[in-house]
Design a protein around this ligand. Structure first.
Ligand code: SF4
Length: 437
């Protein structure tokens, strides 16, 4: 590879990675592929599987925002991989345009009869606006939008900066615009016609860019910016006029992995939900998803922010033939699968900062973790104190340090531990003590 093509590790480290801006990790470079509205055609799933074999280490991460990340790409393979991605239409024209495409869309966009709007069309229009207007490329790397159709699969639990939610009103379909004021809290600011959304979202983005200028440490996320400047300043900068008070509060409509896993073939928008064990597919598992979608369903997959892939269009009578394939590939399929209790990072085989095999140990610990609580994530296994895989608190966090684990209760990977220096067996014993058989 020429110097021109070689990513500058100082530049890429710690950045929100992309296909044009790979990030160096413990097992090579990570190349993130962003798919518009999370729509993954079956043929592209097959191609990504093939590319991870040719250029990576046959492992494909599934990010919390529904992106796919080819792992283990050597520096020599980055440019050839990018060339193939460009041929497949999966490469943006520049890294700045790629970085701004942070939109999570309703997983059944365009397929859900309960939806108020067509999220697929709105997502595409917003992406076009963000990528083609270079003045918006100064948005911070992780600044993100949600396009929620207001249909069956709600995205209330997805942490973003701006939410765009479809509404059914007597006047027709509208979009509620909300901004994040704190983690999990949103302020409704306007209800606008669907066709106005890209302009209003661009106004908000431009205001964020302007307001950050001059603020010490240049805050990156909407709650931090609002905490510093206040909502009225955002309204003024975005040209929204007065703060809207008359928007009726919406009831929370959280969804999540457990709600979409398994067989939903009798629903009006029929699908099956197949989870990535610990947020990662092998090349074989990705190839099989493509085959299932092409041969037994509607020819496409839908990516969700819950590390579950939906295969829409599966007919109920096809399920007896599909189930053995799903079982043999060891996908997560049952909502009570104990692997859903654990979140873990790559660990020593995927990150140089780790001294423990966080991912493999997470699998061993999963049955014990499930006993801590009946649903949700209970255990975070982190390769080090950085806690990349789960920045929030967990009932139990095991943090790798010098080849052993420190155990934190009701905290984060960097919090004060309750026990220190545990082997894997001692960690099992500690979890058993916390949740007796
Ligand atoms: S938490 Fe530490 S070990 Fe795990 S991926 Fe992040 S930096 Fe690497």
């Amino acid at each position: 590879m020429t110097g021109r093509n070689r990513p500058d590790p100082a530049l890429v480290k710690g950045w929100c990675p992309g296909a044009l801006r790979p990030m160096e990790t413990g097992d090579g470079f990570l190349v993130r592929v962003r798919l518009t509205a999370g729509i993954l055609p079956a043929a592209i799933a097959g191609e990504l599987s093939d590319l991870s074999r040719r250029f990576g280490n046959e492992l494909i991460d599934y990010s919390q925002r529904g992106n796919l990340q080819l792992r283990g790409v050597s520096i020599e393979n980055i440019h050839p991989l990018q060339e193939v991605l460009a041929e497949l239409g999966l490469l943006d024209h520049d890294a700045a345009a790629e970085a701004v495409r942070n939109i999570v869309a309703s997983p059944l966009s365009g397929l859900d009869p309960e939806a108020a709007i067509d999220g697929r069309a709105l997502c595409a229009a917003l992406e076009t606006r963000l990528t083609e207007d270079a003045s918006l490329h100064a948005l911070p790397g992780k600044f993100g939008f949600v396009v929620d159709e207001g249909g069956r699969l709600a995205l209330d639990d997805v942490a973003v900066d701006v939410r765009l939610a479809g509404l059914k009103t007597p006047e027709g379909a509208r979009v509620l615009i909300q901004v994040a004021t704190a983690p999990g809290h949103y302020q409704s600011i306007a209800v606008v016609p669907v066709e106005d959304v890209p302009d209003r979202a661009a106004d908000l983005a431009r205001a964020v860019i302007a307001l950050r200028v001059g603020l010490a440490d240049a805050p990156r996320r909407m709650p931090e910016i609002l905490a510093r400047v206040g909502l009225p300043a955002l309204f003024e900068a975005a040209g929204f006029g007065e703060i809207m008070a008359e928007v009726t509060p919406l009831l929370p409509r959280a969804c999540g992995a457990e709600a979409v896993l398994g067989d939903h073939t009798h629903d009006p928008a029929a699908f099956i939900g197949v989870g990535a064990p610990f947020g990662r597919f092998t090349a074989d598992q990705m190839a099989l998803l493509g085959e299932l979608a092409a041969e037994r369903a509607a020819g496409e997959l839908r990516l969700t922010p819950w590390r579950v892939v939906l295969i829409p269009g599966v007919k109920p009578e096809k399920m007896p033939r599909i189930r053995p394939w799903i079982a043999s590939a060891r996908y997560v399929f049952a909502p009570d699968d104990p692997r859903l209790a654990v979140v873990s990072c790559a660990g020593a085989s995927g990150c140089r900062s780790a001294t423990v095999e966080a991912r493999a140990d997470g699998e061993t610990l999963a049955p014990h973790a499930r006993r801590l609580a009946k649903s949700g994530v209970t255990l975070h296994v982190s390769g080090c104190q950085k806690g990349c895989a789960h920045p929030g608190p967990a009932l139990v966090t095991l943090t790798g340090r010098d080849g052993a684990y420190d155990l934190v209760r009701n905290g984060r990977a960097w919090d004060e531990p309750w026990m220190t220096g545990l082997t894997l067996d001692e960690a099992v014993a500690a979890l058993t003590d916390l949740a007796p058989l």
